[in-house]
Ligand binder design. Structure first.
Ligand code: NDP
Length: 502
């Protein structure tokens, strides 16, 4: 990082070095809480992606990472985890400054990062290859080997956490990586690449190209030199990226949009469930793929429940994300703010009622940021667009149901299937209901909880593939079978015997 006219300047991180863009192109990163310029960042395109993929290809091919004894790779990943732990205060502040998310949220989220590197290092260190049954005098052992160069494209809402869910298993398995972070939040990804190098990761193993999706992202997703492309982003981006990678027969993992139902069963503690619904809906100002965007409440309790939610939503403190008292920060960009406003207008046209919020924050100290009041719609029916489409802002809908079958039907009546939560005082009832939901993750009496061991991914339009857990690790490996003949080889053309080949 250098300073240009008192503005921090960041460049790509390729082959262990900061590198400018050809022609010196840059773009600005601004603080969404007040619009101030945070940094100027190199704007990459096909040329920079080519350089980064080439560096990653060389690093993979010469075995400086992929063929390092697994014990040594894990030692470096542990050192990386330790260095991240040391850097947490500065990473959290930078993440908060670029995303607009309250510092308290970023501290809580980023404090989990080292665990992911340690968890996947432990999986790599303890992974056991297998020997399959194979007819005849043969030994067939099956090894799991890395894929090669992996492209990873990440969004702005949880920049480091989402990157870590991809990067930790990719590196632990011995792959080399090229990351294209979101144009809004590239700084912490660049900082992480520097930390990795300082922790002993060889140059070329972890490369970062900054820039826009339409150029750098497109160049990465359509690069024929990749072994895998892993995206977290919107569902439309997923379709485009998967087609581009598929044309090169590059395997694809996509973690895409969502619109999580929060089902409050009649036996739930309503006050706890209301707290849970507010947490589900408004953390990160609703800019999460598992935001509780559809709150399903029994018709006999819907009005009372909405009142409890409104009281809590109106008490949320909007403000400067870096202040410890702030509970809700701004949206990440003017674009997200306009999108949220647009959907609020759509909801009103559709006949839903705004029970609270519904507009930009008006306090003078919030004027220069992208702040929107936490908004609750009541009188919402499932086919309405506000109940079907991903808003990605602090807006949630309360829907009522008559019985559990109807709750299940409404919960599943969306094109997404990522997360859901169930609130009940009867865990067995919750588990039975969880079986009926079409989504990858269901929480009972909680929401938003993650762990490195939790397989993460969606059904339907929420994506394909899984991150995290042993499954996530395996998705960054491929099998290689070695078949050893333990007997004299058959001389096929020297005999007329019928010998079984398979
Ligand atoms: P986008 O889909 O707009 O962008 C995601 C990434 O893809 C960014 O780095 C973006 O670049 C890049 N990109 C955009 N267009 C292309 C393209 N044509 N080719 C290659 N890359 C491209 O998503 P957002 O950043 O707005 O993030 C929000 C979305 O992510 C929501 O839909 C949310 O649900 C989803 N998400 C899913 C999660 C999950 O685990 N399933 C978790 C978190 C978010 P740039 O923006 O820099 O131009």
């Amino acid at each position: 990082m250098k300073t240009l006219e008192n503005v921090a300047a960041y460049r790509h991180f390729i082959d262990g070095e900061e590198q400018p863009s050809a022609g010196g192109r840059t773009f600005d990163v601004r603080n969404p809480a007040n619009g101030t310029l945070v940094a100027r960042v190199a704007e990459g395109g096909a040329g920079e992606v080519e350089r980064a993929v080439d560096a990653a290809r060389r690093a993979f091919a010469d075995g400086r990472w992929s063929r390092l004894p697994v014990r040594e790779r894990c030692r470096i990943l542990s050192a990386f985890a330790q260095e991240i732990e040391r850097a947490l205060p500065s990473l959290s502040t930078l993440e908060s400054t670029c995303t607009g998310r309250p510092l308290r949220e970023m501290r809580a989220q980023l404090s989990r990062l080292p665990e992911f590197y340690r968890y996947f290092a432990a999986i790599a260190r303890t992974a056991e290859d297998s020997v399959t049954p194979f007819e005849g005098p043969y030994l067939n052992y099956v090894r799991r080997v890395p894929l090669g160069v992996v492209g990873q494209i990440t969004p702005w809402n949880h920049p480091l956490l989402i990157l870590t869910k991809k990067l930790a298993p990719a590196l632990a398995a011995g792959n080399t990586v090229v990351v294209k972070p979101s144009e809004y939040t590239p700084l912490t990804t660049l900082a992480l690449a520097r930390i990795a190098l300082d922790a002993g990761m060889p140059p070329g193993v972890f490369n970062v190209v900054t820039g826009f999706g339409s150029e750098a992202g497109r160049a990465l997703s359509s690069h024929p030199g990749l072994a895998k492309l892993d995206l977290t982003g919107g569902t439309e981006t997923g379709r485009v990226v998967a087609q581009a990678a598929g044309a090169n027969l590059v395997r694809v993992n996509c973690e895409l949009g969502g619109k999580a139902p929060v089902i409050v069963l009649p036996d739930a503690d309503l006050e706890q469930a209301a707290g849970g619904a507010i947490f589900a809906a408004f953390i990160a100002s609703g800019q999460t793929c598992i935001a509780g965007a559809r709150i399903l409440v029994h018709e006999s309790q819907a009005e009372e429940f909405a009142e409890r939610m409104i009281a809590r939503a109106e008490a949320l403190r909007l403000g400067d994300p870096l202040l410890p008292s702030t509970q809700l920060g701004p949206l990440v960009s003017e674009r997200q703010l306009q999108r949220t406003e647009h959907y609020v207008a759509v909801g009103m046209q559709e006949g839903a009622q705004i029970a609270c919020g519904g507009k930009r924050a008006t306090a003078p100290e919030l004027r220069d940021g992208y702040f929107f009041e936490p908004t609750i719609f009541t009188g919402v029916r499932s086919p309405m667009r506000i109940a079907q489409e991903e808003i990605f802002g602090p807006v949630t809908c309360v829907l009522s149901y008559r019985n559990v079958d109807e709750a299940v039907r409404i919960a599943n009546d969306i094109p997404f299937g990522l997360g859901a939560s169930i609130w009940t005082s009867d865990a067995a009832k919750g588990m039975k209901l969880a079986e009926r939901l079409e989504c990858g993750i269901v929480w009972i009496n909680d929401h938003h909880r993650i762990d490195p061991a939790l397989p993460w991914g969606g059904m339907k339009g929420s994506g394909m593939g899984r991150e995290c857990g042993i499954e996530g690790y395996r998705e960054y490996t491929q099998t290689k079978s070695v078949v050893v003949n333990l007997d004299e080889p058959v001389d096929w053309y020297a005999t007329t015997d019928v010998v079984r080949l398979s």
